[in-house]
Design a protein around this ligand. Structure first.
Ligand SMILES: [Zn+2]
Length: 394
């Protein structure tokens, strides 16, 4: 049976907690068969013929509107994939216009993906600067953006025709607990299958605030947007101990391989090495590990093809290491002692203390409620501070 005709409910296939690497830029092009390695293997992680498979991934319909459907039609994408699709909503701010209507986005998503995110009116002021790091979160007019987002969700749902193969998640915007509550109360409506959450900074304390909001207020599957750092994703694994619905989170961090040739250490997830290019004549072979991407790297190390393939191969190695780490966390997340052992060997001292405190806060919040629990963690909560700059949000 082909992927397009699938009859099974997506939620029955989705794991309890899923790492969802973003298929961005270079990896999409490397999914094309003409980019295959000299031995015929495919250089992405989404294809039937990939050197390494990660069949749950996220695609952006704005950037890949035509390329990606072609890959599906040509049967390049593995038939048991679970495909998440963004909405391209961020482009509205970048381009100062709507690239696609909510109806168009929904039609694309339900045809070519399994879980699609709503096209929001993103609550940022764009007149505060010319580049995207200078936009300001518009908390004053938050309700206006939420009302427009609600209407877009309604329009998208009005053209929906798939219900088992495809699920629709609405995004909860905001920078803190109160704003999440306000936004969700406005946009909520029948037909939403799950929620997307995000956090205002890269600090794990901020993600803890969002996770605790979710634990108290959300009763459907959740997807967390842009959770690349292990110090953040580990919090979601611990949240899963109490949150009864499915959790997923996306990340594009692995692609530092293609972008900067940064190579994830196989033995310490948040350590990176740089593998230099052929011109610099200093490739560090001792870095290579046991994964399928490193095996391919070894084979082409002295060949002229190296330059062409080294970036994507490092990206795929990074996805493999992330997958291995997250698969281990899937086994242990209910066992706090094992989680603490993992944290102790993985993070530096300051990070360790903070993350273990966040696990305690999640325990207390589950037992006594968020308002009661935060009284004990005043110092930690001080870090739930607001950040308004766009650059840290996506
Ligand atoms: Zn490797």
């Amino acid at each position: 049976m082909s992927w397009l005709e699938e009859k099974e409910d997506v939620f029955d296939r989705l794991e309890d907690i899923s790492y969802v690497p973003v298929i961005g830029g270079s990896i999409v092009s490397f999914t094309r068969p003409e980019m295959n390695l000299p031995n015929g293997k495919n250089l992405s992680f989404a294809s039937n013929n990939s050197i390494f498979n990660c069949k749950t991934f996220l695609i952006n319909p704005y950037h890949n509107k035509k390329d990606f459907p072609k890959l599906i039609m040509d049967n390049e994408i593995a038939s048991d994939s679970i495909i998440f699709a963004d909405s391209g909503g961020l482009q509205e701010i970048r381009l100062k216009g709507t690239p696609d209507t909510p109806e168009e986005v929904m039609k694309w998503q339900q045809k070519y993906s399994n879980i699609g995110f709503s096209l929001d009116k993103i609550p940022f002021k764009t007149d505060t600067g010319s580049d995207f790091s200078t936009w300001t979160f518009d908390s004053v007019n938050l309700d206006k953006y939420a009302i427009q987002s609600k209407e877009r969700i309604r329009r998208a749902l009005s053209v929906r025709t798939e219900y088992k193969k495809f699920k629709f998640y609405a995004i909860i915007q905001g920078t803190n607990y109160g704003e999440y509550v306000r936004w969700k109360n406005i946009i909520d409506q029948p037909g939403i299958d799950g929620w997307c959450c995000k956090t205002p900074t890269n600090d794990p304390c901020n993600l803890a605030g969002t996770a605790l909001y979710a634990l108290e207020n959300l009763d459907k599957p959740i997807h967390f947007l842009g959770v690349g750092n292990l110090s953040k994703s580990i919090i979601l694994f611990y949240l899963k101990k109490y949150f009864k619905h499915k959790i997923s989170f996306d990340s594009s961090s692995y692609d530092v391989g293609s972008q900067y040739r940064r190579f994830n250490s196989p033995f310490a997830f948040n350590l990176f090495d740089s593998i230099k290019s052929e011109e610099e004549n200093s490739i560090n072979k001792t870095n290579f590990c046991f994964c399928p991407a490193c095996k391919e790297l070894r084979e082409i190390l002295d060949k002229k093809e190296l330059e062409r393939y080294i970036g994507p191969l490092i990206s795929i190695h990074n996805v493999g290491i992330a997958n291995m780490t997250f698969n281990y966390l899937k086994q242990i997340y209910k066992d706090k002692a094992k989680m603490i052992d993992f944290i102790n060997v993985t993070f530096k001292e300051s990070g360790r203390k903070k993350i273990i405190m966040i696990l305690d806060l999640i325990d207390d919040s589950y037992k006594h409620g968020f308002n009661e629990a935060i009284k004990k963690y005043k110092n930690l909560i001080k870090e739930f501070k607001k950040t308004t700059k766009q650059a840290t949000l996506f």
